[in-house]
Structure formats: structure tokens, C-alpha cells
Design a protein around this ligand. Sequence first.
Ligand code: EPZ
Length: 420
Amino acid sequence: MDKLVIEGGISLKGAVTVSGAKNSVLPLLSACLLTNERCRIKNVPNLRDVITMIKILRSLGAYAEYSNGEVIVEAKTIKSHIADYKLVSTMRASFCVLGPLLGRLRKAKVSLPGGCIIGVRPVDLHLKGIKALGAKVEVQAGYAVVEAKGLRGAHIYLGGVFGSSVLATDNVMMAAVLAKGKTVIESAACEPEVVDLANFLNKMGAKIKGQGTPCIEIEGARHLHGTDYHIVPDRIEAGTLILAGAITGGDCLVRGAFKEHLGAVLDKLDEAGVRIEDADGGLRVRPSKKLKPVNVTTLPYPGFPTDMQAQIMSLMSVTPGISIITEKIYPDRFMHVSELNRMGANIMREGPHAIIEGRKSLSGAPVMASDLRASAALVLAGLVAKGKTEISRIYHLDRGYENLEIKLQKLGARIWREKE
Ligand code: EPZ
């Protein structure tokens, strides 16, 4: 296994380009199952999760190949409707093959993803939506087994106790595009990655309106055809790179950062006193004077994204004053707290809240990555900590960040990868 080594204390300077959005490419790859024609997805980051999704498509009988930033998928014939536990359990997002398999074959057997370190991760909303479209849904030996003679449009309320669900919205949308008649999804997720999926499906011949709003309307189509598509930049990677500049007091241009996808994050960073301005096809973070503590609550889009919670906690760990972070999407998503405290942070957990007393500095230490965004938070902390930080188990980081250490090296960071 690899580890990352960071010698902190360098103010980052220079320009870096954001890769394509992980949480866009994964559902788009599964949507390719809805047609027997060739699809080409462009601007695809080289991530472990992308490779896992490609393996799942191949296990179903589709052709899928990744080469320099593009994935070609051709599901001419699908030889199996079963997505196996071994693959699905390694990546929760693979549950989003359920909708397209049902849409294409009228049947699917997909392993329930099970929980992960950030929370229970239920799929009740996915199954509720699929059932509403006329499918028979059973849970058998850890698998969701769904079947439908025909799929018909329905009016579905998809809000859950934690608000809207991104992948449940995706699954229902992908099952509905070939159903007979009109489907309305109320309390749909509004994330830019859901919009990307809807736009991709429309390019394939689907008839979807309202994507990006809580009410999505889908007119069933008879057939979807292959197409090419360029996915949006990764707003969470963009936010992470902006925070790398902010936490080190640097001057960095993050090319490809879409301001309109980062509203809540930019608003909160502005409140904290981080200087960010539009520049040269992206956003530029400039050296800021004294930062101020802020209170953050994570919410479904357009609220503050849970996927940026760990990263802003690192910034607040070195911002003098008291900050409070409330995690409303995954109340247990605080694995990074104990590791940041090992670096000298002063963070106290109280249920879904983390109370942070910002320190003047952190000290480098050996720490352990536990999940994708916690790993990113530890990298940010390592960049500003005095001395050397070693982050083990960085396969978590490689799931969702393409060559992060290389991007940071280009900004002057002293960071490198070693064998553990
Ligand atoms: C997507 O996961 C993202 N993953 C997650 O990013 C992200 O954290 C999450 O949305 C929230 O923004 C991908 O897009 C591949 P949800 P998803 O269904 O769709 C509850 C990362 O770091 N819920 O929107 O699985 C659920 O427990 C990953 O890149 C139900 O109650 O998340 C959570 O509390 C981590 N019932 C809330 O809704 C359901 O049927 C939001 O979950 C489904 C979800």
C-alpha cells in the first residue's frame, strides 16, 4: 500500500486544472447500459472508482475501455442482469446500475451496497421509486431483486429523512426514461452531477425537464441511442484545491472551477475572510489577512456540500476562534476528527456537531486515511502543519482524486508518494 509524505509550511503558488467530476462519471457510465449503441464519455478522471465501474459494466457483458481521459462503452448485449456483491460492496455508487438494468432488461439483481465508514447508506428511496414505476421489488440474501412486465410513468415523492438523494434520483430517472408515459420526481436532488446525467440522457434521446430543480419531469421514450458527452469539472476537487491555497496562505489559480457550482462553499469562505476572485477560466485564491472562524451546516445542494465538510474542518483547525460544523447528511462523517487532533487540532465531537477551537499551528504526524474526503482533509492539514506528516492507506484518496500529489507538487508543495 502507498502512503503520502508531506513537509508542511509552504505557501502554494501557481495554476492547477480541475479534473472531471467523479460523481458525474459514475452514474453516466451506468446510463450507457440503456442503449445498445456506442457511447463516449470525455473528461473522465483516472480514478479507482472509475476502474471499478468499468469492471462492473464488463461483468454485465458490456464493452468498456478507458484511455487517456475517455471511456468508450458499448452495451450491445447484456449477458447478465446481476451486479455482484464482490464489486458492489467496494463502491456504493455501483448501486446505480439498478435503474438502467431495469430500464433496458426489465429486471435486475443488484447487491445492496451496505454501509460504509461515513454512515449507514440506506437505499429505501431507490426502491420506493422503482416500485412506483411498476416494478416488483424484493430483497433476497442481500440483493435487491427487481422485475417488471412493463414500466409506467408515475408521480414520485423522493424526499427522505435527510432530504433528497442523489443516486436515488439518478436510479429513478434512468428507469423512467424508457417507461411508458410521464414520470414526475418531486424532492429530486439538484446536484450539478444529477443535471449532467439528465443532459447526457437527453443527448441519448430521453425527454427530461426540470433537472437542477426539486421537480424533474420525464416523458418516456421508446429507444435511446449512443452519443458523446463531456462531463463537468469536479466541484469537490475544485473546492479542495482552493482550500489548499487558502490554508497555506498561497496564491493559486484553480482552472476549470465552476463558480456556479460552488455557491455555498464560496459564500462560507468569503465569510471566513478567504480572498477568491474570478480569473483566467477559473477561480484564484489570494493570500488573505487574518481568517475568521465560521459555522457550517451541511445540506443537500445548493447547501454546503457534505463532501467539503472534512476539508473546511482542516481550515478551521488553524483559524483562531471557535467554529462549529454540523453534519446533517451523514451525522457520523467525522472519522477525520481524531486524526486532525493527533496533529494538534482541538476538535470536540458532540453528536452531529464538531466544535473546533482553532490553533496557531498544527504539527506533522503519522496519520491514517479512513475515507475519501477525510484523506483530503489530512492532506490539507499536512500542507500547513510544521514538520512531516505521513498519511497511510491513501487508496481511499485515490478513489476520488486524480494525481492529487502531482497537482500539489506543481503548486510548490513538498509532497510525495512512498511505498508503505
Ligand atoms: C452521493 O452519494 C455522492 N456519491 C456522495 O459523495 C455524497 O456525499 C452524497 O451524494 C451526498 O451529497 C456519488 O454521487 C457517487 P445520497 P449518495 O443518497 O447518492 C440518505 C464522495 O465523497 N438516504 O444523496 O449515495 C443517506 O443516508 C461521496 O464523493 C436515504 O435515507 O448519497 C444520506 O443521509 C460520499 N435513503 C442522504 O440521504 C436512500 O434511499 C443523502 O444520501 C438514499 C439515501
